[in-house]
Write a protein that binds this ligand. Sequence first.
Ligand SMILES: [Cu+2]
Length: 154
Amino acid sequence: MKVLHRRFWFFLIAGLLLAAVSQAQDPSQKILVSNAWIRAMPPSMKTTAAYLTIENTTGAELVLQSAGTTVARTVEIHRMEQVGEVMKMKAIGELRIPAGERAELAPKGYHLMLIDLLRPLQEGETIPLALNFSGGTTVHVDAVVSKWGTGASQ
Ligand SMILES: [Cu+2]
């Protein structure tokens, strides 16, 4: 009886430790995404942009490789670039975020381009975005549709 008890406690404690360790190792918990919003557009527009802030507390470089959403056929990572007198958008393959740093995707800078919208987005509704990072980590975030942003990342 006594042996059985000891075993019980051993497995209980080992199980709790394992759970704690696996949670600490889940990199998605160390990728902090905030201020996610999508620009509200007239219903005739088939593209719009999503903005958000990604904070990398994983301790290693983080690479955003792609993104997805249920409301657009394609999502591209874009950057605004000065070409002569005008600002132009350019698709970039990936966005690197060094350890301990944050990337602000905001108007006039980096953004996620939602291309071929499957339906018009209503102001105030919440749209799920999936951010796919190198190493197979995906972070899900809800972005609110707004004309002017969340206020924090305007
Ligand atoms: Cu763009």
